[in-house]
Design a binder for this molecule. Structure first.
Ligand code: NAP
Length: 499
């Protein structure tokens, strides 16, 4: 007989842990957190490439209810994030719910409960939360001959410590990951060739060590760190969000961000041709910009080369482009993640009346009410949904979703109900509002995004990842959404209908 839990959470990263903390606060104690990796931390457990760090200030990139006064820098390194995740799991006693090395293959709503199938067991629960991350399915580029390469191939999301001293290294990709990795590789490799298809907007990174005296102050007076968080978040909001989602009204913020990045490039690279190659031809914010103080400068080193010609194929010992051939020993794939083809959702989710979430999204547009619930999927919270990513810090998204859960579950319990489902009408209205904002206000429609190759856009060319509102508005909606947007009902068992 399968064991029934109050809730099953899929994913033990910051999203899944935030959901579990909130469920605990709501009185749900019998939880199961399923995680395919061998430890907790999500992205910060999986990614171990050299240079890994947050590219959002750490005071912002953390739970507001669990500030960490011990960050060593303004932008903490990846291992500090992993330690922070462990601290959260311990402090909120979450490890007892976690099962590692467990791959969920499907979930279906049956008789008012979720049946969750893993590679070797089946579980049931009243509620299902998927927190499988946006950037969790590494993308291997579809380049002819890549399998024939005889040297070492490594994807940034599956990094293995490798001695690159004296090696000829190639990197494919120039996204936020590559920006962190390339300066590190350049320190070791004898020759480094970077294959760029689309340049990235890079701004200076105001990254400094946080002196011990300040850390002590943060620990003793959390309000001071709260003020720093507020300041960092406000700057990000102005630069990254206002100029992107409110592009129509605040085009000037967008232009300023572009100028800031161009000036940064100009300061670090004197060669106009190299500068031209490193300058994006799409509007700031069409794709994820990033911060770095040494990325551009790295390309001025004599053993580092930027190659912008199209890769034709890879053979046993090198990369072939229209312009020639580059012999290499190690090929690094900084090629990112597959979101829209394989990760929405990360496994088959079957709701009421056999509705298949992945098929339904593809047929009817990617959508989720307030980026968290979907009509036809009772008692289901999908944390990595269309229009869910709010603000630039993933923690904004998580905390809005926690607030949404609090309001939803509190209302359900007050009604003596056990099943919730968002109404089709509320979902349709939300989708209409989001689409209107994207098309009428955002850089995604009004800017020049055609050449950005951005994962913010789905396979139908719609920008359905980011919530096109300010962070304040996202928080407000999470705490105040109309309760009539949900149908609440007792469980079948309570009405005797399940028998
Ligand atoms: P990404 O932004 O998707 O970049 C992938 C890169 O690979 C792009 O430059 C892409 O070029 C290139 N590429 C993919 N397939 C290719 C092909 N077949 N041929 C040539 N080039 C190819 O992925 P990422 O750099 O891993 O970053 C993903 C996200 O992770 C970031 O946007 C950010 O949100 C997150 N991240 C966060 C932090 C943090 O500190 N919080 C740090 C690192 C990363 P095109 O652009 O032309 O497709």
């Amino acid at each position: 007989m399968t064991r029934q839990y109050d809730a099953i959470v899929v994913g033990a990263g910051f999203g899944g842990m935030g959901a579990a903390i909130e469920l605990n606060r709501l009185g749900l104690r019998d939880l199961l957190i399923l995680e395919r990796e061998d430890d907790l931390g999500g992205t910060w457990h999986v990614n171990r490439y050299p240079g890994l760090a947050v590219d959002i200030p750490s005071s912002t990139y953390s739970y507001s209810f669990e500030p960490n006064p011990h960050w060593s820098r303004l932008f903490a390194a990846g291992d500090e994030l992993k330690r922070y995740a462990e601290h959260v799991a311990d402090k909120y006693d979450l490890r007892k719910y976690m099962r590692f090395g467990t791959v969920v293959t499907g979930a279906s709503w049956q008789d008012d409960r979720w049946e969750v199938v893993t590679d070797n067991e089946t579980f049931t629960a009243r509620y299902l939360v998927t927190a499988t991350g946006f950037l969790s399915m590494p993308k291997t580029p579809d380049i002819a001959g890549i399998e024939s390469f005889q040297g070492k191939v490594v994807h940034t999301a599956a990094w293995e410590p490798t001695d690159l001293t004296g090696k000829r290294v190639a990197v494919i990709g120039t996204g936020a990951t590559a920006v962190q990795l390339i300066p590190e590789l350049a320190r070791e490799a004898s020759a480094l060739t970077v294959f760029q298809r689309t340049p990235i907007w890079v701004s200076p990174k105001p990254d400094y060590p946080i002196p011990q005296v300040l850390r002590t102050l943060f620990a003793r007076l959390p309000l001071v760190q709260r003020a720093v968080r507020w300041l960092g978040s406000s700057i990000l909001e102005l630069m990254m969000i206002s100029g992107v989602v409110h592009y129509k009204q605040l085009r000037v913020a967008n232009r300023l961000a572009e100028r800031w990045c161009r000036a940064h490039l100009h300061r670090q690279v004197r060669d106009p041709e190299l500068r031209r190659k490193l300058t994006p031809d799409y509007s700031f914010g069409c794709k994820r910009p990033t911060f770095s103080n040494d990325y551009f400068r790295t390309f001025t080193k004599p053993h580092v080369r930027l190659d912008t010609s199209t890769i034709a194929r890879i053979d046993a010992s090198g990369v072939v482009t229209a312009d020639g051939r580059t012999e290499i020993d190690v090929l690094v794939l900084a090629t990112g993640f597959n979101l829209w083809d394989t990760n929405f959702p990360a496994f088959e989710v079957i709701g009421r009346d056999g509705r298949d979430l992945g098929a339904w999204w593809r047929k009817n547009r990617f959508q989720a009410y307030e980026g968290v619930t979907v009509p036809g999927f009772p008692n289901y919270l999908s944390l990595n949904s269309p229009y869910s990513y709010s603000g630039l810090s993933y923690f904004t998204t998580i905390e809005c979703q926690m607030t949404h859960m609090r309001r939803l579950f509190t209302a359900m319990h007050a009604r003596g109900a056990a099943v919730f489902e968002v109404t089709q009408r509320a979902n349709d209205q939300f989708l209409h509002r989001m689409r209107t904002k994207v098309t009428q206000n955002s850089v995604f429609s009004l800017g020049q995004c055609a050449t950005a190759h951005s994962y913010y856009f789905n396979q139908h060319g719609e920008a359905t990842l980011l919530r096109p509102t300010s962070t304040i508005s996202a928080h407000r909606a999470a705490g105040r959404f109309p309760l009539e947007d949900y149908d609440f009902s007792p469980a079948l068992a309570a009405t005797g209908a399940a028998a």
